[in-house]
Design a protein around this ligand. Sequence first.
Ligand SMILES: Nc1ncnc2c1ncn2[C@@H]1O[C@H](COP(=O)(O)OP(=O)(O)OP(=O)(O)O)[C@@H](O)[C@H]1O
Ligand SMILES: [Mg+2]
Length: 410
Amino acid sequence: MNDATPDRAQLRGTATAGTKGPYALYEERVAAGTLRRDPDQERVARRLDRLWSELSVWHPEKAGPPVPKRKGLWGFVSEKLPELFEKGGAKDQEPPRGVYIVGRVGRGKTMLMDLFFSCAPMAKKQRIHFLTFMQEVHQRIRALKQANPGISDPIPPLAQTIAQDANLLCFDEFQINDIADAMILGRLFEALFAAKVVIVATSNTVPGDLFQNRPGADAFKPFIAIIQRHLDTEELDSETDYRRGREQDDATWIVPADETARRRLDNIVARYGQGHTPQAVTLEFSGRSLPIPHAEGPVARFDFTSLCSRPLGPNDFLAIAHRFPVIVIDDIPELGPDDANVARRFITFIDALYDNGNLLFVSADARPDDLFPAGEGADAFARTASRLMEMSSESWLARAHAPGGCLSRP
Ligand SMILES: Nc1ncnc2c1ncn2[C@@H]1O[C@H](COP(=O)(O)OP(=O)(O)OP(=O)(O)O)[C@@H](O)[C@H]1O
Ligand SMILES: [Mg+2]
């Protein structure tokens, strides 16, 4: 990874069972008024509660005690006992089915998964944003190949190390954007399931639609079948987008992108730049050098077109998000059907910023909802628009400034 500090994108757990399951925790928050009661969320919380109960009695690391041998009938039974035990016992026991929570934006998928993760009764568990997970997968494959030049297949040892670190993996925002990822994932997941790893995921896409209508989609179909075999899909499609209605004014999203907007952004950069002089810096990570033309202390400022027309990928955007808590983007134009690639990169960038809790200030020719009305990926952009609204809210700013928020991290 880059020089990132640990964040919500990645949590490792070492503590065991909370005594309350996700449903009880959900009810507590509803009673306390921090969550609004939502029947669809309750249903998913109950499903996660069932998994929580199943995991409470499932001990992958304990295969049962050895049974001493004795003579006579008891001796025969006790000799057979280990076998009997293994047949119905923990060693051969199938792990419980995981859960794949799918639904539209802002429905509370991540919130529910995080509730579940917080109380999941596992000694070894990991909650990770899926883009960060894939970044680590590629890094570990490179490292394995470097350390063992003759290695023909790095996937089995990779799966083994992942499974040693976590019996439970919680993936936020499961998505497949890349043929290289698509090819690795089928075999990796098969090996993880064989190692009895339980997976919970959130996604905006049902498993059957992952990576469809793309070149190579057919080769990806077996992976979809693997997911469906090991995970129950739970749709979370409540009426409410809980991100809406919390937006402040447009102080962080300035329309239109004119001279006044530029001056307002100048002031914002000066305020957050903490007296640093503007300079060009280069981020070094994973053997890559990424030039950032305008940095001022914790702020990076970009011109939209030069940022999103460069062939940058998730790793680059994650590196920027982790290095600069405050991002300023000038001159976002309205995007049309010809801008699908640019829009896709912008979506990836916003995902990285959102997950890391960054502050974002922009000047744009349209409000988030109207920025990319038509074209390939315009549907996916609806989620980005919802996120951008939340990132303009007062509570978002408050969180960034609060202890542990992105501005207070070293
Ligand atoms: N029942 C609820 N009452 C109040 N706030 C809620 C409720 N459910 C979710 N929220 C809040 O709404 C916001 C959006 O929820 P969350 O991030 O879990 O949505 P999501 O389904 O994961 O969306 P996306 O698909 O964009 O990732 C969060 O800040 C969350 O805490
Ligand atoms: Mg989410």
